[in-house]
Design a protein around this ligand. Structure first.
Ligand code: ADP
Ligand code: MG
Length: 355
């Protein structure tokens, strides 16, 4: 059975998934801490706009779209960033445009400014693009992805397919056509389909959209080939999916959903982390003490230990129905007395995960 440590050591990409509040962000940050401790140069990227990663890593100023190096123990390095969809999109336009003029034309375009960022799938697509770039970035040898706390967290697995479907769409082809033919302007009025769309969304919006797609011409090849690279990366042996759950029935039910979602894309869970378990406390003394006060504590301890054991037993039984193969390693992490809001608390989680 491959342990979490062995998966982490072998991986170039680790993706933490699971339902909201179970400890995905905490786990992602603790994996980063362990990777840095063992000499690797790790970067944790969060796709969740909530400031939880900065919080877990004890970064008071918060995280931005550029990786920030953290001061952590070990021979390796730990970096972290929070995905900013709009800034990432702008950067892609700049780095993929044929020249500065093409980049400026797109960046200034009304459709791009107001619509492109909010189109469904854009955030997921940018997450995939960012993963691609970080994986190739010579500063890092491990990318850890902290996914958002929603069921749609794994939609970025579809992002490469989304962009390909988009590029292959007849409407996209139609909008790109004039530049292909070397014409400067697409006459909306002469295209029956565009005339209809123009009536629905308004002529100005459509004119902006047409101008956007024309400005985009030539860049789609790079977008498509990176999308294919990401798909291959996610399916390769260097990517591992870590499923995080808590010992509660509802979060294990969600874990089942995520395992199924991965399976649909021909991907598998590599390791499971069950976080926020009832602590097991220590061994009680061999004999129940005589003094009443001590006897009460003894009884409490015995009861808590029994609860912890029952909880683990029930969670293990539920997990066995998630569709995750039985030989997948599960790590049990107890609830700490307080939240994980400092590097010191995170170091405790790291120890609980890896010993
Ligand atoms: N083992 C733990 N013990 C105590 N608190 C924890 C533990 N794991 C996570 N937390 C706390 O639970 C909350 C949710 O954790 P988080 O990692 O943000 O979950 P997610 O990313 O899955 O939504 C945070 O406030 C965090 O500090
Ligand atoms: Mg989170």
């Amino acid at each position: 059975m491959t342990t979490l440590a062995a998966h982490l050591a072998a991986a170039e990409v680790v993706i933490c998934c699971g339902s909201g509040g179970v400890g995905k962000t905490t786990t992602a940050a603790a994996l980063g801490l362990e990777a840095a401790r063992s000499g690797r140069r790790a970067v944790v990227i969060t796709i969740d706009p909530a400031k939880r990663l900065a919080d877990a890593l004890g970064v008071p100023g918060g995280l931005g779209n550029d990786p920030l190096r953290l001061d952590v123990p070990g021979n390796g390095e730990l970096w972290a960033l929070m995905l900013d969809t709009a800034t990432t999109f702008d950067g892609l336009v700049r780095s993929n445009a044929a020249d500065a003029e093409q980049a400026e034309r797109i960046l200034a375009n009304g459709f791009y400014r107001n619509v492109a960022g909010s189109l469904s799938g854009t955030q997921e697509y940018m997450a995939a693009e960012r993963l691609h770039a970080l994986h190739l970035d010579p500063r890092f040898d491990l990318v850890i992805v902290d996914t958002p706390p929603t069921r749609s967290a794994l939609d970025f697995l579809d992002a490469p397919g989304t962009i390909s479907r988009f590029i292959d769409h007849p409407l996209f082809k139609l909008l790109m056509m004039p530049t292909r033919r070397g014409l400067k302007v697409l006459n909306i009025a002469t295209q029956p389909l565009l005339r209809t769309i123009g009536k629905v969304v308004g002529g100005d919006v459509l004119a902006d959209a047409v101008a956007f797609f024309q400005a985009f011409a030539g860049m789609e090849t790079g977008f498509r080939s990176r999308a294919e690279d990401v798909m291959a990366l996610l399916h390769s042996d260097v990517t591992r999916f870590v499923l995080v759950a808590s010992p509660r029935e509802d979060t294990i039910e969600e874990a089942r959903y995520f395992a199924k979602r991965l399976h649909q894309t021909d991907l598998e869970v590599a390791a499971i982390v069950v976080n926020r378990c009832t602590p097991e406390f220590g061994e009680p003394p061999a004999k129940r003490p005589k003094p009443a006060a001590q006897a009460v504590l003894y009884d409490n301890l015995v009861e808590l230990r029994a609860n912890a054991a029952t909880e683990r037993h029930q969670a293990a039984a539920l997990l066995s129905t998630t569709g995750v193969p039985r030989d997948v390693h599960t790590t049990w992490v107890p609830t700490l007395p307080g939240d994980v809001h400092t590097l010191a608390a995170l170091a405790t989680i790291r120890t609980l995960l890896f010993g």
